[in-house]
Write a protein that binds this ligand. Structure first.
Ligand SMILES: O=C(O)CCC(=O)C(=O)O
Ligand SMILES: [Fe+2]
Length: 358
């Protein structure tokens, strides 16, 4: 296939395709795993529950993913954001390409960033926002960008409040207090922590069993908060169960344990391997808020969680260093950062080396 074709295909208008092109056809979306009709659903945690910290700790340890209800984010903020995301992805492809991500850039419109690790294209489009969406929004809607920027700002503010709350629940469940992680206390009111907002669009697909919306990956964040529209597609991998669907629950949000929490917790809370599949009739949208530490902070296993018996398992790393490594090693990044094995060896259950790519 010539590079020219590859490039053109990268920007195909998925919603107008009547057949799945070969370059989008995956050998098997099931990868040989059981597709779970799991009797055990992903935990749903009511943030108003008096035992919320215990539930959060248990969910992080067992699943690495959970739904939250009573999270305090006004419905209007979620609805407005979803409507704005829909408006963005419904723009004609030529208009969206005006805000295309630069080849070496991070923000803007384009294929999902993990595409480069796979031989086949994914059935999705993405739009990444870091900081203000102003520059890209102005390219998309030269006269009418303000509303989008306001909606995104409001959404980011609410997500920031929620991630702070969740962060302390997660750390508290590990026996960590504010004094143990000063930077986490500081990020409550500083601008330094620079979260990313990843907007994903998965148009209805003519051959969903052979297409992949977003291939299996873990998030590089500490925590990710995901809002999905009313269409299923998110799946997480659970030991012994295979891929388990995380169906949308009205008004609830999904929380993922990311790689940096895996490191902070010295592997006690493993980042969750997840993917998005597509369907024949409905257009699915998702909005992922990826929360990480301020850029100058080195993340390493929290000293309270390590001892001679439980030595630190990972080297210290900043978020930007981690992202650079992830761009190189993808699902092997955690094992690259892993310190040498103890004498009797260990098995990193979430090493994800077995992930079949492409
Ligand atoms: O669309 C989804 O449900 C998953 C999105 C996701 O995993 C991501 O943006 O990192
Ligand atoms: Fe993700």
């Amino acid at each position: 296939m010539s590079l020219k074709i590859q490039k053109a295909e990268k920007h195909m208008d998925l919603s107008s395709m009547k057949q799945l092109p070969d370059s989008y056809t995956w050998a098997s979306v099931d990868d040989g795993y059981l597709l779970s009709c799991s009797s055990e659903p992903v935990p749903v945690i009511n943030l108003e529950d008096p035992n919320v910290m215990k539930h959060v700790g248990h969910a992080c340890k067992t699943w690495g993913v959970f739904h939250v209800t009573n999270h305090g984010i006004p419905k209007a903020v979620l609805d407005d954001m979803e409507a704005s995301v829909r408006k963005l992805f419904y723009l004609p492809i030529q208009q969206k390409l005006k805000a295309a991500r630069a080849p070496d850039g991070v923000s803007g419109y384009g294929a999902v960033r993990i595409s480069s690790f796979f031989h086949k294209h994914m059935w999705s489009e993405g739009f990444t926002i870091i900081g203000s969406p102003y520059e890209h929004a102005k390219k998309l809607w030269p006269q009418d960008y303000k509303n989008f920027c306001e909606v995104v700002d409001k959404y980011n503010k609410e997500m920031k409040k929620l991630t702070n709350r969740l962060m302390w629940l997660v750390l508290g469940s590990l026996g960590i207090t504010e004094g143990d992680v000063k930077w986490a206390r500081q990020t409550q009111d500083i601008k330094e922590a620079c979260p990313a907002l990843q907007l994903n669009s998965y148009p209805a697909c003519p051959d969903p069993d052979r297409a992949m919306g977003l291939a299996a990956h873990t998030d590089s964040s500490i925590l990710t908060i995901l809002h999905q529209n009313n269409t299923s597609g998110l799946q997480v991998q659970r030991e012994g169960m295979g891929w388990v669907t995380v169906p949308p629950i009205k008004g609830a949000l999904v929380v993922h344990v990311g790689d940096l929490l895996h490191i902070l917790s010295n592997g006690l809370y493993s980042s969750v391997l997840h993917r998005a599949i597509v369907n024949r009739t409905q257009h699915r949208l998702s909005i992922a808020y990826l929360y990480g530490p301020p850029s100058n902070v080195r993340i390493s296993p929290l000293s309270k969680l390590t001892s001679i018996v439980h030595p630190p398992l990972y080297q210290p790393v900043t978020w930007s260093e981690y992202l650079a490594m992830k761009a190189k090693y993808f699902n092997k990044t955690l094992s690259v950062l892993r310190l040498s094995a103890p004498v009797n060896g260990f098995i990193d259950l979430k090493d994800h080396k077995s992930v079949i790519v492409g």
